[in-house]
Design a protein around this ligand. Structure first.
Ligand code: DNO
Length: 355
């Protein structure tokens, strides 16, 4: 296991590489080229520059989150082959620079969704929260304004403005895409890119749907043990793997996360680890990483990761906003650093008691 932190690049992040390096046990960052759009080819020069910047700070570039997928691929339009070619070219350029982990998602239109980015908890910390009843009252076309309103002026990952001006058009484009079609389009994409991934040893790690059910009537297909297994079986090579996200899966209390981690042994290439508090079906708040602060048993989760012998990176996921830090919601330094330290502590205890 490698402890890492997500970093949004020197231009976009309030957190610096120097700060990340000072988190005990944190060896690398997970990042991306934030100024590229889905479908664009990443240049070798830009990849090299990013890698050098990270390495000069004494950290490793442990993986990319994300190389986003163009909507034409998800929808299955005739133009998808051109965008798949571009994706393959990007993978080759990454592979040649020794980058072997790519996180991505296959959620239509919206990436992760929340109804509140700064819900105040009793101790004054603020957290991201989700309430299906509130989401049902929101016009999807206004969702971007809602998210931007409370994002402290930061562009949120997956909520890039240029994408959001097309929301209405995108909804129309997805009209004919049901779950089966979306699944077929994902498998088509994976089969096309796998030879390149195998050649360069690149592990594709799909992120689960967040929350783990369809939102705004859009299909979602990566959110249960069964549908994830089906995806792994449809393209049965190691390089078709997962970013196991405990917070996304954990939004549905029926998902037994330690059981899923064990079941997907060998196919989990990256882990996002965080906790949340369930209030009712479809209603949850994010929490600090500590088991006692939320509904997930983080000890059991880390134990399962330990037992499957995970080799890739783990990262603390969304943190609370604490100690008056002004940062991108979910991605401040302080609470994620606490999270990393706590997860490292669990890991050390599990490791020592297993010998
Ligand atoms: C949210 C993140 C997601 C994730 C993508 C992966 O905080 O976990 O935006 O990066 O779904 O492609």
């Amino acid at each position: 296991m490698k402890m890492t932190l997500r970093w949004f690049g020197s231009k976009h992040d309030s957190v610096t590489l120097k700060q990340i390096r000072q988190i005990p046990g944190c060896v690398g960052v997970i990042t991306t080229l934030y100024d590229t759009k889905p479908g664009e080819i990443w240049s070798t020069e830009a990849i090299k520059a990013l890698k050098e910047e990270v390495e000069e700070a004494g950290l490793e570039l442990s993986g990319i989150e994300s190389v986003n997928i163009h909507d034409d691929i998800k929808i299955g339009l005739p133009t998808r082959d051109k965008y798949i070619e571009n994706y393959i070219q990007t993978l080759e350029n990454l592979g040649r620079e020794g980058i072997d982990l790519v996180c991505y998602n296959f959620m239509p239109v919206f990436d992760w969704t929340r109804s509140d980015l700064a819900k105040v908890r009793p101790d004054g910390a603020t957290v991201l929260s989700y309430d299906q009843e509130l989401i049902d009252q929101i016009d999807p076309a206004k969702m971007f304004d809602q998210m931007e309103f409370s994002s402290n002026g930061f562009a949120l990952p997956g909520w890039e403005p240029e994408r959001m001006v097309r929301v209405k058009e995108l909804f129309e484009m997805y009209e004919e895409v049901n779950e089966e079609k979306l699944f077929d389009n994902l498998v088509y994409f994976l089969k096309a890119i796998m030879p390149t991934c195998e050649r360069y040893g690149i592990k594709m790690a799909i992120h689960q749907d967040d929350p783990a059910w369809p939102v705004f009537g859009l299909p979602r297909i990566v959110n249960t043990k069964e549908n994830i297994q089906r995806l792994l079986d449809a393209v049965p090579v190691m390089n078709n793997g997962l970013t196991l996200c405990t917070g996304s899966l954990g939004s549905n209390p029926n998902n037994d996360i330690p059981d899923m981690i064990r079941a997907f042994k060998g196919r989990i290439h990256f882990g996002h680890v965080r906790n949340l508090i369930h209030h009712a079906p479809g209603k949850f708040d994010e929490a600090s990483h500590l088991s006692s602060d939320g509904s997930l048993d983080m000890y059991e989760i880390m134990k399962a990761f330990y037992e499957i012998g995970i080799e890739g990176p783990l990262r603390p996921d969304h943190g609370r906003a604490i100690w008056d830090e002004v940062a991108m919601p979910g991605y401040g330094l302080y609470d994620r650093a606490l999270g990393a330290t706590y997860l490292n502590g669990l890991w050390e205890a599990i490791e020592k008691s297993s010998k």
